[in-house]
Ligand binder design. Structure first.
Ligand SMILES: NC(=O)c1ccc[n+]([C@@H]2O[C@H](COP(=O)([O-])OP(=O)(O)OC[C@H]3O[C@@H](n4cnc5c(N)ncnc54)[C@H](OP(=O)(O)O)[C@@H]3O)[C@@H](O)[C@H]2O)c1
Length: 399
């Protein structure tokens, strides 16, 4: 029986806490810690069993060390912001504790996320006999597991992967982001990037798009973006010829985003305002709805999956693996919308597999390095059933 420390009491943190609390056969003790104590206590009050809560500023490793020494977790689940990844990884090393997160580090002053800062911890984690599991949400996370499953069960060679992320839900706000607004807008406004024939190719932000007919949802416009799992999958799926990531956006969302960009509200450099330094995007974040507040009126579904092509027994094959998740059903179960749910459930599953030693290897690892089968089994059991289908000729085509 194990102890889990969850850091970050936002939309995703709420779901991880609910799901760990449901796993009574795995976690005897749970602590939820975050910058704002009231948010931890609000989530704790939603649960059927008692948990501990704590206040922590995880930007400072010494604060996290103190908390870990007091609570003594077997694993720390970091669902605060990517800015805290390195300080929490340091604290885990200092205390001999395993680590898991859902988003890779990016420096606050530059909107550029890469694994290199976290992969640099490899030798130290290996030497300490500790494990860090990176990017264990949905995408990254389940998208990587789907690729590992396809590699194990469906293909002899994987040639192309398209990761397709569709949110066809409606929250009733004119403009809101489904996960942390600051991190989300930094990601979406970056240049697009995909990998083909051994090289990375750049595109202007959201300039490449096409319509795709999503199962259970229907046709939606999806846009090519750079996403962090592309970096690890290019390394770990041998023989890959091309990998791309696509996300759907509605016209209204894109119009708001353009206006915010044009008036300078998405800038991440400090500007002088009446003698104070203000980062416009941080200010904007404070005006926008919190992801954890979107649930009550959210309707519609998400569909996130991987369309994969390659060879099996010498013949060309296409396989589409995906999950469909319903916003309102998530809210009924854990008081959260589907984006928080699809991220929080895999994070809880990763933690369960780690403490049960099903996925346990010293070092710093990405999800696709492990056997996908136990994870896929847990996905169905813990609320994210998946579909694997072989499209007919002409069905689910992508250019
Ligand atoms: N892989 C995936 O599929 C996926 C998908 C969606 C999101 N994510 C990641 O999941 C994470 C959480 O997203 P979210 O939507 O839950 O965001 P959120 O609602 O904004 O929650 C973030 C939480 O982290 C806390 N926090 C921020 N700085 C902190 C610090 N220095 N010390 C302690 N706590 C701190 C915040 O505290 P305050 O409330 O005090 O600000 C907030 O409670 C993000 O890293 C996001 O990128 C991953």
């Amino acid at each position: 029986m194990s102890r889990v420390l969850i850091i970050g009491a936002g939309g995703v943190g709420g779901v991880v806490t609910h799901k760990c609390a449901q796993a009574t056969d795995v976690f005897t003790d749970i602590c939820l810690a975050s910058r704002t104590m009231a948010k931890c206590d609000r989530i704790a009050r939603q649960l059927k069993r008692p948990i501990q809560t704590a206040r922590v500023d995880a930007d400072v490793p010494a604060n996290v060390v103190r908390l870990i020494r007091r609570f003594k977790p077997d694993v720390v689940v970091n669902v605060a912001l990517p800015y805290q990844d390195l300080s929490i990884m340091e604290a885990c090393l200092a205390t001999g504790t395993d680590y898991l997160d859902t988003a890779n580090y990016e420096p606050p002053e530059k909107a550029k996320f890469e694994y290199r800062w976290q992969w640099a911890f490899r030798k130290r984690y290996e030497k300490a006999g500790l494990m860090a599991l990176l990017g264990c949400g949905f995408d990254p996370g389940v998208s990587n597991v789907f690729c590992a499953y396809a590699r194990k069960h469906c293909f002899d060679e994987i040639h192309t992967v398209d990761i397709l992320d569709c949110n066809a839900g409606s929250h009733g706000h004119p403009f809101a982001t489904n996960f942390n607004p600051e991190i989300n807008i930094r990601e979406i406004s970056q240049r697009g990037k995909y990998w083909e024939s051994g090289a990375w190719h750049d595109t202007a932000p959201l300039s490449v798009h096409q319509t795709f007919d999503f199962p259970d949802i229907g046709p939606r416009e999806m846009y090519l973006m750079y996403h962090e799992e592309l970096e690890s999958l290019v390394r770990n799926i041998k023989g890959l010829r091309r990998i791309r990531f696509w996300m759907t956006f509605g016209e209204q969302y894109l119009t708001y985003l353009r206006v915010l960009q044009n008036v300078g509200l998405t800038r991440i450099d400090p500007v002088d305002y009446e003698g104070h330094k203000v980062v416009p995007l941080k200010f904007l974040k404070n005006l926008l709805p919190e992801p954890s507040s979107l649930g009550p009126n959210y309707t519609g579904k998400t569909n996130i999956g991987c369309l994969i092509e390659g060879l099996k027994n010498g013949r060309r094959r296409r396989v589409y693996l995906y999950n469909v998740c319903d916003h309102a059903a998530c809210y009924r179960e854990v008081k959260a919308q589907a984006i928080s749910y699809t991220t929080g459930v895999p994070a809880a599953i990763g933690a369960i597999l780690m403490v049960n030693k099903v996925w346990r290897r010293a070092g710093v690892h990405n999800v696709e390095e492990f056997d996908p089968d136990p994870f896929m089994e847990q996905l169905t059991r813990r609320g994210l059933p998946w579909v694997v289908r072989e499209p007919r000729r002409g069905e689910y085509r992508i250019r």
